[in-house]
Design a protein around this ligand. Sequence first.
Ligand SMILES: [Zn+2]
Length: 188
Amino acid sequence: MKKYIELREQKVEYTLRRSARARRIRFAIYGGGEFVVTAPRDFSEFALENFMREKADWILKKTKEFKSVKKPLSSENGRHAYLTHRQTALELARKRLEHYNNIYNFTFCKIRIKSQRTCWGSCSRRKNLNFNYKLAFLPVHVADYVVVHELCHLGEFNHSKNFWDLVAKTIPDYLNVRKELRRHSLGV
Ligand SMILES: [Zn+2]
């Protein structure tokens, strides 16, 4: 359901989803700055709006930041979808790598967008980073996890504790986001 809230004198549009499984309020920003709020079924709208007002700075910053990222029409498959969305995925990957590499300062060579059935991303020994074009379909915080995961392989080419410590440096709640990523199927 589309809704509006006024935050710091700005009208912000959001989609409200009620979920029986949600235990807390979740915010997700998609390409184009689309803002989706998932709330537990019995959470009152009054309390929800208060919560959003508390988080106004974050909401305004993130919806603005991702307005420029193009929004794919739908979650599509196949070669046509790949050709249509790879540029969007590349822009997103570039932008987020730049953002996170300010913190990590790793060196990498090429960024490639691929169409793979089983893999969201990979990092090669030659320091090339590969991402699935479906990165563009993910909520931004989940896409960020994929980007940071591959970026951190430049520091640790394994899944050791050191590797996860690197990931946690920028995504402290990566365990939750990783769970969320598993819910986004790559399809066929
Ligand atoms: Zn990995």
